[in-house]
Design a protein around this ligand. Sequence first.
Ligand code: NAP
Length: 273
Amino acid sequence: MTGEGTGVIPSRKGRGEEADFLIKERRLQLAGKVALVTGAAQGIGKAVALVLARNGADVIISDINLEKAGETVKEIEAIGRKAMAIRVDVANLRDVEQMVQTVMERFGHIDILINNAGITRDRLILRMTEEDWDAVININLKGTFNCTKAVVRHMSKQRNGKIVNIASVVGEMGNAGQANYSASKAGVIGFTKTIAREFAQRGINVNVIAPGYIETPMTEALPEKAKEELKRMIPMERLGQPEDVAEAVLFLVSETSSYITGQILNVNGGIYM
Ligand code: NAP
């Protein structure tokens, strides 16, 4: 089988000019698109930003940590795409509106929004403070509302757009010690389905990815023993990588998924089905 007409790319050894062309085409599927990724200075957001850029998009790296965001920008520029770092606290609607205005002035349109910025403040409910609760809800849930509200109005005028919200497996199954976090992520799932309904006729796809346990700075603090226990619970017996989530995001922002909206895509090695 040569791969011709089958959608299968032949092995490197037998790869012909046509296959090279096909690969190039696929890589540039987001050419001309502008993507805004929140929390993109590190971890999952950074992997998403890089995958989108490798596929042709220009990317805005929005994060509370401007210095690290600048490092991601350099990596994207090295790929040959345009990038811009913006310091923003997604919990602050004014900050977010200012960011979107800046992006619109500089790039003229926003085609892809990835609501990825998120934090944890884990404690059992009896020890969880009001501050722990508010911080997580404000960044994870209200932050998703703020960015969506500011961007979707422009997408609506364009009659075109892709929004992917990053929730979590614990928003679906719960997790002791994460009442605030699981509530925020379950909220993101409900929010996604509602926005998907509100904008389905405007050519805007709104979906949610629920990652399982992914190796990022967020999960670095987990003790080795806890990681080993987790691996035993995961059918695939490994934690996920940021790129596992990034590739799922790529699918949801590409035209191949244009009839998919309001859905949860689980990227979790099988820990929750
Ligand atoms: P991460 O490594 O901690 O990265 C999150 C980024 O968001 C950091 O650069 C962080 O900056 C930034 N950020 C924090 N608060 C912000 C704010 N108010 N405004 C703008 N940016 C802010 O986390 P991650 O593991 O990549 O997680 C990314 C997303 O995936 C989160 O929504 C998380 O809940 C979700 N998720 C992660 C996992 C996992 O296992 N890692 C599993 C399921 C879901 P600072 O570092 O300076 O705070």
